[in-house]
Design a protein around this ligand. Structure first.
Ligand code: BGC
Length: 451
């Protein structure tokens, strides 16, 4: 990627992914602390966790409309404001209701950013680097997850290290006696940074075109040397189409949505949210489980680089095929290791190969595909259908994993996840290989299915 402007813009938009990763993973270190402090039963503890996810669902619902109407940039700024409000609000929450409200607000931010960051990147990227640049977004998600695991651990250590006598004043409440406040509040720094950096980026020229602001779009295209933009003649000759009624577009939306659900029913977040407890069940002590969870975060991030460097060369479909095959084999093996009660190391090895397989396939490929599959005019709304399906599936997996672990055992859960991945091979038949195509060429592929 040799256009440094576009690379810079993609990095700024990717910060939305960092906050998405941080916000969803930070909860893992706070659940027990919040439960004890507010004396929560199982249901209220579940509500504390899912309030953020419910916010995500709402965020995605409004993001499509907001981004098509007010533009990509303003919608991203809106998400940055929500992230900042949520982080400060959680750190200073007066009671449990307050806390849940601020988690919900942050969740809306995650929902909005999870759609708009990849859309923005895909709309400014040249075709030969679009996969690579959008994968930066997934890299940022994985980095956010890892940083959340690490800050949680650091704050927890700090809290345990200060004696009760020293626990006076706001600082020691936030980072000492009620350290969950510090964990959640740490997000303020990247959230404000995201807000400030967003003020410096231009609006997406593709969106400006789609609402008829062609002169403004052209200025941005020139200034930032944005390439692969359909020529003005081509654009103005385009017939008006009722996109949502077009058969090809319906197939595109359905394929995107099903694939989005499949990434979640692979069980990745069973590991991200409950990895610690799964490792302990597998025989690790709490200290080893903590290191194990951090290693999972590192592998998750490291293997995303494979996608960054290969997605525009070997294509989305090949990565998906290889990755899903590794995921299925690993999940079957993790299940088997639990079944025969093998050593913790063996269980850990196959959990890591599962995470690695996810990290270079499903993880980045889904965000790349969702941001490029749909025509610009309806990208926001079409993508919200798919991303909404993803968040609903995510919420359900998050909610039911503990129940499933009790009722069908640890091995049963992993085998079930393996089974859930199999339909991916079938769905892939409907996917065009989008590597090297302009967004306009991809749109024409779907529209040709109407004839
Ligand atoms: C998924 C998240 C998941 C993350 C793990 C993303 O692509 O959407 O649900 O936690 O990958 O890296």
């Amino acid at each position: 990627m040799n256009n440094k402007y576009v690379f810079g813009l993609a990095c700024i938009a990717s910060l939305g992914g960092f906050l998405f990763g941080f916000d969803t993973a930070v909860i893992s270190g706070t659940t027990d602390l919040v439960k004890d402090q507010f004396e929560l039963g199982d249901l209220l503890q579940g509500w504390y966790v899912s309030s953020g996810l419910v916010g995500c669902v709402l965020g995605v619902v409004i993001a499509g409309f907001l981004s098509d109407k007010f533009g990509r940039k303003r919608s991203l700024i809106f998400s940055a404001i929500l992230f900042s409000l949520s982080a400060v609000g959680c750190a200073l929450a007066i009671g449990f209701t307050d806390l849940v409200i601020y988690r919900f607000v942050g969740g809306i931010g995650v929902g909005v950013a999870s759609m708009l960051s990849p859309i923005y990147i895909a709309e400014i990227a040249p075709r030969e680097a679009r996969g690579q640049l959008t994968s930066l977004y997934q890299l940022a998600i994985t980095f956010g997850i890892l940083v959340a695991f690490l800050t949680n651990a650091y704050i927890q250590d700090y809290a345990l290290s200060i004696s009760t006598a020293d626990r006076q004043g706001y600082f020691s409440v936030i980072f000492g006696s009620e350290q969950w406040r510090g964990m959640l509040g740490a997000e303020t720094i990247p959230a404000l940074l995201f807000f400030l950096l967003l003020l410096t980026i231009p609006e997406s020229p593709r969106w400006l075109w789609s609402i008829g602001k062609k002169a403004e779009a052209n200025k941005i295209i020139e200034r930032y040397q944005i390439q692969d933009f359909g020529s003005s003649d081509e654009k103005s000759k385009k017939p008006s189409i009722n996109y949502f009624k077009a058969k090809g577009i319906k197939i595109a939306i359905l394929t995107g949505a099903v694939l989005a659900v499949l990434t979640q029913t692979s069980g990745i977040n069973a590991i991200m949210y409950y990895g610690n407890s799964i490792l302990q069940k597998g025989g690790a002590d709490s200290q080893t489980a903590f290191y194990g969870q951090t290693l999972i975060g590192v592998i998750n991030m490291a293997f995303t680089f494979i996608a960054i460097f290969t997605i525009d060369k070997i294509g989305r479909k090949k990565l998906l095929f290889v990755g899903v095959s590794i995921i299925i084999a690993s999940l079957l093996l993790v299940g088997a290791m639990f079944y025969v009660n093998a050593s913790t190391t063996l269980k850990m090895i196959f959990i890591l190969t599962f995470v690695a397989g996810f990290a270079f396939s499903y993880g980045p490929v889904i965000w790349v595909l969702l941001s490029e599959l749909f025509p610009t005019e309806i990208r926001g709304r079409a993508m919200s259908v798919a991303v909404l399906s993803l968040w609903i599936a995510n919420t359900l997996v998050g909610q039911f994993v503990p129940w499933l672990r009790t009722h069908i055992s640890e091995s049963g859960v992993f085998w079930l996840f393996a089974l859930c991945c199999v339909p991916t091979y079938f769905v892939m038949n409907y996917l065009p290989e989008t590597k090297g195509k302009t967004l306009e060429e991809i749109e024409n592929h779907w529209l040709s299915k109407n004839k």
